[in-house]
Design a protein around this ligand. Structure first.
Ligand SMILES: C[S@@+](CC[C@H](N)C(=O)[O-])C[C@H]1O[C@@H](n2cnc3c(N)ncnc32)[C@H](O)[C@@H]1O
Length: 245
């Protein structure tokens, strides 16, 4: 059982990293079988509807499964150590379905012709992706993705409780990971309607998701988080305090 639990966690983690890397190609920065700008097969209306539906499923899953009440409920049926990996695995399935079922939409919003400017924009976008990865390490990458929990489960030891982190990017921004995703999605030399649709619906989710996350962080860390919120901007670096998400 312990070995199976560990394998389950490793599969969830590997699938997670696979779509994270694929996303760089999905945005068009290296060739992949299906990208955000592949050839459209449906009308604009149907495409927008299907794309919004898939991301809405992701948003609902993420919002529900990340809440303490849901975690309490599901750990009645599965070992506590597998809860995070289950969250990660369901996310993986939804994101891979999104990539597979994404409905590209024709239409170019902007297309930067200058090669140097275009390359700088691509570099900033990929830097955003790197900010996502680095931020996860500043919290605790392996715990966020469930691997630490299944490793302790396998060894029969107790994992350390996730603590509130104020290091690295988190000293300057409350949501650097989400900020990294915004850089990744929005900064591009070639913005199509399809790419815009992806960026817009994920941004909407991020803006709603961080509200729920902060509600839980305030419940768990009380005054410490409230003071942090007062002093450190949310999603916009260098902006003043809590007004920014
Ligand atoms: C996907 S991470 C995103 C964190 C943050 N919203 C960001 O954008 O960088 C979500 C998890 O990080 C946790 N978290 C958020 N801020 C944290 C902090 N400063 N220290 C430790 N955990 C944090 C939340 O409780 C949640 O479980």
């Amino acid at each position: 059982m312990k070995l199976l639990g560990f394998i389950y966690g490793v599969i969830a983690y590997t699938l997670f990293m696979s779509w994270m890397v694929y996303m760089i190609g999905f945005l068009g920065y290296f060739p992949v079988p299906k990208s955000v700008d592949s050839v459209p097969t449906s009308s604009v209306g149907i495409s927008i509807f299907i794309n919004c539906l898939i991301v809405a499923i992701f948003a609902v899953q993420h919002t529900i499964m990340a809440r303490p009440a849901f975690k309490q409920w599901i750990t009645k049926y599965i070992p506590k150590a597998l809860e995070r990996s289950t969250f990660v695995l369901v996310t993986d399935i939804i994101i891979w379905v999104m990539i597979w079922q994404w409905q590209p939409i024709d239409g170019v919003i902007w297309d930067v012709q200058n090669a140097m400017v275009a390359n700088i924009l691509i570099a900033i976008s990929i830097l955003g992706w790197a900010v996502v990865c680095l931020s996860s390490f500043m919290i605790n990458h392996f715990e966020l993705l469930g691997l630490e929990q299944v490793w302790h489960y396998f060894k029969g030891t107790e994992p350390k409780k996730m603590t509130f982190q104020l290091r690295g990017f988190y000293k300057h921004l409350r949501h650097p990971l989400m900020f990294g995703f915004m850089m990744f999605f929005w900064v591009t030399p070639y913005m199509t309607l399809s790419h815009l649709c992806l960026a817009a619906i994920f941004t909407t989710y991020i803006l709603i998701g961080v509200k729920f996350e902060e509600r839980d962080l305030i419940k768990n860390h009380g005054d410490e988080y409230l003071k942090y919120k007062e002093a450190v901007p949310g999603l916009i670096p260098f902006a003043k305090g809590k007004k920014n998400g």
